[in-house]
Design a protein around this ligand. Sequence first.
Ligand SMILES: Nc1ncnc2c1ncn2[C@@H]1O[C@H](COP(=O)(O)OP(=O)(O)OP(=O)(O)O)[C@@H](O)[C@H]1O
Length: 292
Amino acid sequence: MTGTETGSGNRTGTETGTQIRAGTGAENGPPAETQTETGPGTGSRAETGTTIESLLRVESASVTLGGRPALEDASLTVDPGELVGLIGPNGAGKTTLLRAVLGLVPLASGRVRRPSGHPVGYVPQRHEFAWDFPIDIAGSVMSGRTRSIGWLRRPRAADREAVDRALELAGLTELRRRPIGELSGGQRQRVLVARALAAEPGLLLLDEPFTGVDVPTQEHLNELFRRLAGEGKALLMTTHDLAAAARTCHRVVLINRTVVAEGGPELLADSEQMLRAFGLHRAATAAGAVAA
Ligand SMILES: Nc1ncnc2c1ncn2[C@@H]1O[C@H](COP(=O)(O)OP(=O)(O)OP(=O)(O)O)[C@@H](O)[C@H]1O
């Protein structure tokens, strides 16, 4: 696979600096590395005679933050056309996993692999974004595409077209000249989605996109995410809205510092797995009440 790899420790290889375009200064992506995969179980899976290459593979990733493990031995994949929900309690490591994929936090061990040629779009949680910046929606969405290592590249015709399409997809065309500081929560959420889409990503990382948005906006985003998956993009979304996840996601991954279970959205109705994912099983085990 020709791709980008973020891993722990030192590596050798030809690095070509594939760029990640993201919403919060994550433009300096991890270095790209050319590597060859052989044999089954190394990144491609055979399906009906064709080979599907995952757009994201997280392999045994561990991250330590503030001296404590935030993520331990977590593995997941997201294939083209898949919308995967990352579900778990507060502090489970969901945002940490997304940030590790972006190379914003270092891996203590494990690795993240992505094929090259597919930019990553990142929709951070709204409170992580600087909304007091004096810029309108169109300018903000454009900077999601043209900003690189702290400076803005001059927009070209293709950039303007990509921004127009992103604004349209996010339902922001009419509002494009509104200063971002004057927007409602739901409008801000759509700006973050449009910023990420302006980069024409193959892989989209969404951190709690439904928080505080009204029902019509949630329906709009739901539809948009499904449509993007239908176009062959890979989406990984954290959410605490289990109903929305059950409705929208093709697959869900339950996480509580490590991956507890994964499967179809019906997993969200599996009370034992949900109890495990949400820490109750762990707490009971720690107290010696329940055998592991
Ligand atoms: N900058 C940091 N320094 C130290 N610890 C951190 C830092 N950021 C996160 N953590 C810790 O890492 C763990 C995982 O946090 P993370 O934000 O990934 O969880 P989350 O699953 O996204 O939670 P939530 O649902 O509340 O958003 C938590 O215990 C958190 O306190």
